[in-house]
Design a protein around this ligand. Structure first.
Ligand SMILES: Cc1cc2nc3c(=O)[nH]c(=O)nc-3n(C[C@H](O)[C@H](O)[C@H](O)COP(=O)(O)O)c2cc1C
Length: 169
C-alpha cells in the first residue's frame, strides 16, 4: 500500500473479527515500532505483545476507554521510560508506525488509553521506571467502514502559508 493511501484511508477500528492474525504480520507490526526514529535515537520504549485471550479480556476490563481490546487478535502495550523527556512523542510515532503497518496488511487497530492505565500497567507487570502510554488492539476489522471517509478539519482551517495569518492553499 502506498504510504499516503495508508494515511488517507486508515481509521480507528473498534470491532474485530474472531480471526487470528498470522505471526509474521504480528512480528512486522512490532518491528515497525522498533524501527521508528526517536529523539537522540534513545528508543525509550518497550512493546508488550499480548495474544492470550484471557489476558486480552483482562486488559479490556482494565482500560476504561478500550473495552474492545477483549475481542482483538492481539494487542501491543507501549511503555515509556519515565525519565525520558521525549518519550511520549517518540512512542507516539512508534504507535503510528505500527498502526499504518498493520493497516497496510488489512489489520485494523486503535490507540486506547493514555490516562488511567494504572490497572493495565499492573496486569502487564510494568516496572516502576516506566509509564504505560497506550494499549493498541489489532485485528481484522469486523465492520468495513468507508475507507478514507474522514471527519477532519479542512486544510483551510489548519494550514497556513508562510505565516499564521495567511491561509493555505
Ligand atoms: C492519543 C490518542 C488517544 C486515544 N485514546 C482513545 C481511547 O482511549 N479509546 C478509543 O476508543 N479511541 C482512542 N483514540 C482514537 C481517536 O478517538 C480516533 O483516532 C479519532 O476519533 C479519529 O478517528 P478516525 O481516524 O476513525 O476518524 C485515541 C487517539 C489518540 C491519538
Amino acid at each position: 500500500m502506498d504510504v499516503f493511501d495508508a494515511v488517507r484511508t486508515v481509521l480507528a477500528v473498534r470491532a474485530f473479527q474472531d480471526r487470528k492474525v498470522p505471526e509474521e504480520v504480528v512480528r512486522k507490526v512490532v518491528e515497525a515500532g522498533r524501527l521508528t526514529a526517536s529523539s537522540m535515537n534513545l528508543q525509550p520504549w518497550q512493546f508488550i505483545v499480548v495474544e492470550d485471550r484471557e489476558q486480552l479480556k483482562a486488559l479490556g476490563a482494565a482500560v476504561r476507554t478500550g473495552p474492545y481490546i477483549a475481542q482483538a487478535a492481539f494487542a501491543v502495550a507501549v511503555a515509556v521510560e519515565k525519565k525520558s523527556t521525549y518519550a511520549v512523542s517518540d512512542a507516539s510515532r512508534a504507535i503510528q508506525s505500527m498502526i499504518l503497518t498493520a493497516w497496510s496488511e488489512g489489520v485494523g487497530s486503535n490507540w486506547t488509553g493514555f490516562l488511567n492505565l494504572e490497572g493495565a500497567s499492573k496486569l502487564l507487570e510494568i516496572p516502576e521506571e516506566y509509564d504505560l502510554l497506550a494499549v493498541v488492539p489489532f485485528g481484522y476489522p469486523a465492520v468495513v467502514k468507508d475507507k478514507g471517509k474522514k471527519n477532519r478539519k479542512s486544510l483551510a482551517q489548519v494550514a497556513h502559508r508562510g505565516r499564521f495569518t495567511r491561509p493555505y492553499p
